[in-house]
Design a protein around this ligand. Structure first.
Ligand code: ADP
Length: 477
């Protein structure tokens, strides 16, 4: 049994701004199910949704602050959570990183430096917990100073740093180094220094024993200038210690047990999936038609997700016998342009702006295919959900999309491994051609059904991913 300290800045359902929160609850739970002793540590934000008992475990000084370490349990699990309590830094109610105007808090460097210092004390078993981890697993830039600080310690536990998205790096002006009183040994070009500034993510990448990211293809991509954001050189240097492990998906994304959909179904009752299509069409005021090729898209409406690629072929797409169902919010220009199409084609396209978990489940259950034309995608979840729901994903060949979808080609059709449709070029023409490829196959019911079965029977469980992390933990002792 391994003692694992899992370090993160958010965890569902305590606090969530993105996919990191999902990983930070699902992976520790899956590791615990595999018999590991895993403890989660995160800041005690004012906005945490705590429903289990919380009690004080320890108190210790970090710089000029007295930090309290509170203990609770992750809801619906036996996983212990430690909360680093420092009201001056984490007490505000709201988003953990940005103010109401969406601007990063001015003292984010101090806030997460204090968090990392507190974590290092816990990791070194210096705060009367009588628990020393065998592995410290850090996630994203907010935790990047932990491997750096631990590298200065005698007999520190091994560290792993996981990159969930290279686009967020925690870069601060060089002056913060003195404000944070970072040890000078850490400030070299091989350390935290980044073009005269201080990079938190670089601390994780440079000092952790192993670096992981959330798909094997993204692990390769971030070693190139296009995806590496200036750290491609360091990532290439660390190539031997850099691996990609795909995230799992939660058990409640399963059409056999999903209480948010109209009709549950499985591979052996696939014909019942159509009841969800009908329910979706009724709910969204689209003409009810069992046979029409229905495409879904659920996404943040941002450039990363390739929304403009879809917009650029939408008028041609809407001239085909299809229905398109979109749920999302984000960039106002994308929202506006999509709204114009939805208004012009009310019988073919339904747009729902906003966040709606229930509708997201019904779209997966009701659609025939699912669009994900992302420019980059570290892992991506929706393409895995859609395979489990038999809504075949149409994706760009990048990151986790490339690793989790098997393109429909003569060979993969023949050996029953094909699960979706992949296109290469980052343009609307390539997306459109691939949608047409899917449309043609959809008109051959037996073939389509076989593709759905191939997709629905793939294993995207967290157990699978957790075993890979465990192998990695075991490899670095
Ligand atoms: P990312 O984390 O980059 O946004 P992922 O595919 O990894 O993309 O995960 C997105 C998650 O958020 C999925 O669970 C998806 O269903 C959900 N989601 C995104 N937008 C919406 C929305 N408007 N309503 C409901 N769920 C959404």
């Amino acid at each position: 049994m391994k003692k694992i300290l899992f370090v993160t800045s958010e965890a569902h359902p305590l606090i969530k701004t993105g996919g990191l929160a999902d990983v930070s609850s699902s992976l520790p739970k899956a590791l615990a199910d595999l018999g590991q002793d895993v403890r989660l540590i995160l800041p005690n934000y004012g906005a945490l949704k705590l429903n289990n008992e919380v009690h004080l475990r320890s108190e210790f000084p970090i710089g000029s602050y007295f930090v309290r370490l509170l203990e609770t349990k992750l809801p619906d699990s036996a996983v212990t959570v430690w909360l680093v309590d420092c009201p001056a830094y984490f007490g505000m109610v709201g988003n953990p990183y940005v103010d109401v105007f969406g601007n990063a808090y001015a003292n984010n460097a101090d806030r997460f430096a204090l968090f990392c210092r507190a974590v290092s004390e816990v990791a070194m078993n210096r705060v009367e917990l009588n628990w020393k981890p065998d592995i410290v697993h850090c996630n994203d830039w907010q935790t990047g100073l932990v491997p750096a600080l631990l590298s200065l310690e005698y007999q520190c536990p091994p560290t792993i740093f996981t990159i969930h998205n290279m686009a967020y790096q925690g870069i601060f002006g060089g002056l913060v180094a003195s404000i944070l009183q970072l040890p000078p040994q850490l400030l070299s070009q091989d350390g935290l220094e980044f073009h005269g500034m201080i990079s938190f993510i670089k601390g994780g990448i440079a000092y952790a024993d192993k670096v992981t990211t959330v798909s094997p293809t993204y692990a390769q991509e971030i070693q190139t200038a296009k995806f590496g954001y200036g750290l491609e050189g360091l990532l290439t240097y660390r190539n031997d210690d850099l691996i990609g492990i795909i995230n799992g998906i939660d058990a409640d994304w399963n059409p056999e047990v999903d209480s948010l959909i109209t009709q549950k179904y499985a591979v052996d009752s696939l014909s019942e999936k159509v009841q969800n299509k009908t329910a979706l069409q009724i709910r969204l005021n689209l003409p009810v038609d069992e046979n029409i090729f229905t495409l879904g898209l659920i996404s943040r409406l941002v450039e990363q997700k390739g929304i403009d690629l879809l917009l650029d072929c939408l008028s041609e797409l809407l001239s085909l016998p299809v229905q398109i169902v979109i749920l999302g919010s984000g960039d106002k220009d994308f929202e506006h342009r999509l709204s114009q199409f939805a208004a012009a084609y009310p019988h073919k396209m339904a747009l729902t702006l906003g966040y709606n978990e229930t509708l997201a489940h019904l779209i997966e259950a009701g659609c025939d295919a699912f669009l994900m034309p992302s420019r980059f995608e570290p892992c991506g979840l929706n393409q895995m959900y859609s395979q489990r729901y038999g809504a075949l994903p149409i994706v760009r060949n990048t990151g986790g999309l490339a690793d989790t979808v098997i393109d429909t080609l003569p060979i993969s059709l023949a050996n029953k491994t094909a699960t979706g449709f992949i296109f290469e070029e980052e343009n609307a023409g390539a997306l459109f051609e691939t949608i047409k490829r899917a449309l043609v196959l959809h008109s051959i019911p037996d073939t389509w059904r076989q593709l759905q079965i191939n997709a629905m029977t793939r294993d995207f469980s967290w157990t699978n991913s957790a075993k890979q992390y465990l192998n990695l933990y075991e490899s670095i002792e």
